[in-house]
Design a protein around this ligand. Structure first.
Ligand SMILES: [Zn+2]
Length: 495
């Protein structure tokens, strides 16, 4: 019997503004689509947080026994600098600035994206489709929307007719806007003169002569509008009607609103049952932005090479830190927060290690089954990881008490405690134990050994025994340990 038959999840649905019991369309199966990155620069930490939330959700659904098809796309064309269909294609612009092919930009930053996500121990999605791989599907969608009367062509470009659509449907139902407000609040930008109304959005754009990324279509040589790819790829792999669509809060409008409109216009039905949005990540209480310097790249967390942090943190500590906030809350990224999470993480890992050596007795002073259900209840309540983590620390306290003899546990309860801790910590939260004390200790020992050799080399040099001092340096280098002599003394790096 699968766990999903006994555990009932409630999901906060952005469309209704309420938590509701999750009922998949097909029993035992879940289709989930999440908007992926536009691969024109290193992945932003805020995006990592969004994808981590859905990685945790993917892991929990799988843990409950659902067969999950998780589709997360790669945007490699069509995303312009300005969401209102103006400006250069983000990838083409980067290619022009760096004097490389657009597909080199795509390759470089797709690899970076995967590397970072691997370090954070993400599970790969079931399918990771690209916009450029689905141009034909996108053209077919545009044709249907034109046929159904909700789009028009001007000078080789095709636009979605928002006002006409809104007569029979509701444009703005996800982001809780109405078209009248949009009309008042939309600025008319240059380059939008082809549109009947400034609220309309591009389904197909005719490429300017200098635009490299272009495909033939019935209307012009051009490229698809950004919102279109997600409609094409989600329905291709999950069907016209599927369970969960996720993304960052910033995508609710216009991106997700336009996705709903495109689906309703092309297929006559709303595509998604549960819309889920992950909240923002800020740093030191302020918006993260390269321009103000209030910024950190994900990789800099692991190297410590950023002025906003005092040391390097392991990916699991950073992951643990992020999951200590609920996915719908704003997360404030701070050095103090990371330091506190590191302490908590180490306590958690030490307790899990201690589980193996616990003495059992005839009675338990801890109700393991009640505790286990509390862990499920936390996750069933819209994936409440901070509450789950609080329950995990309740178990840590008990493990430590059994360890020091002030509490007891039966063998049966210990077995349940062990499997439950492992499931929630490693399988569902996706934490890894590699930065536990064991590894930290061996790293510590390595440092001590190298420091000793550095000291011996200094002594050799002081004695003018340059043969020995060079030998120490060269043999360390052969092992991948580089010594660097500076004003402050000798430091080393391990490759
Ligand atoms: Zn999308």
């Amino acid at each position: 019997m699968q766990l999903y038959t006994t555990q009932t999840i409630k999901i906060y649905n952005s469309l209704t503004g309420e938590k509701a019991v999750f009922k998949p369309i097909n029993t035992g199966h879940v289709g989930m689509y999440v908007c992926g990155p536009t691969v024109y620069s290193n992945v932003h930490l805020g995006n990592v947080r969004t994808f981590m939330s859905f990685d945790m959700i993917f892991r929990y659904l799988k843990h409950l026994g659902y067969k999950v098809r998780y589709v997360r796309n790669i945007t490699d064309a069509g995303h312009l600098e300005n969401d209102a269909d103006v400006g250069e294609d983000r990838i083409a612009k980067k290619a022009r600035l760096e004097e490389i092919e657009p597909m080199e930009v795509v390759q470089r930053y797709t690899v970076d994206f995967h590397n970072i996500l691997n370090k954070f121990n993400f599970l790969p999605p079931s399918i990771e489709p690209t916009a450029t791989g689905h141009i034909i599907e996108q053209i077919e969608l545009v044709k249907s929307i034109i046929e159904n009367g909700f789009a028009y062509e001007v000078n080789g470009s095709v636009y979605f007719d928002v006002l006409k659509f809104n007569k029979t449907n509701h444009y703005g139902k996800l982001s809780k806007r109405n078209v009248e407000d949009l009309i008042h609040n939309t600025r008319v930008l240059d380059g939008q003169s082809d549109k009947k109304n400034p609220q309309d959005f591009a389904l197909w754009k005719k490429a300017e002569p200098q635009h490299i990324m272009r495909w033939p279509s019935p209307w012009s040589d051009g490229f698809p509008g950004w919102h279109l790819e997600c409609t094409a790829m989600s329905t291709k792999y999950l069907g016209d009607h599927f369970d969960i669509h996720g993304g960052g809060m910033d995508l609710k409008f216009p991106h997700h609103e336009c996705e709903i409109a495109q689906n309703e216009a092309a297929k006559g039905q709303s595509p998604v049952n549960y819309w889920m949005h992950a909240n923002m990540l800020i740093m030191n209480g302020k918006k993260m932005a390269k321009s103000t310097g209030n910024f950190i790249l994900p990789n800099e967390i692991f190297t410590g090479d950023n002025p906003h942090i005092t040391k390097a943190f392991s990916p699991s500590v950073a992951r643990f830190f992020m999951l200590q906030a609920h996915y719908r809350s704003v997360l404030d990224f701070t050095n103090d927060g990371l330091l506190a999470s590191e302490k908590g993480f180490n306590r958690l890992m030490e307790a899990i290690q201690a589980l193996d050596g616990l003495q059992t007795s005839n009675t338990s002073t801890f109700d393991v089954l009640a505790w286990q259900q509390k862990c499920y209840d936390a996750m069933n309540d819209d994936f409440n990881t901070p509450i789950l983590i609080a329950h995990l620390f309740e178990a840590v306290k008990h493990i430590n008490q059994v360890n020091d003899g002030s509490a007891s546990i039966t063998q049966n309860d210990l077995d349940t405690l062990k499997t439950t801790m492992h499931s929630f910590v490693f399988d569902i939260l996706g934490l890894q134990s590699q930065s536990t004390s064991e590894n930290a200790q061996s790293e510590d020992k390595l440092s001590q050994v190298v420091e000793l050799l550095i000291k011996m080399r200094q002594e050799a040099r002081a004695n003018k025994d340059f043969k020995l001092s060079d030998q120490i340096r060269d043999q360390l280098a052969a092992m991948g340990i580089q010594l660097k002599d500076g004003k402050e003394g000798t430091t080393f790096t391990v490759n």
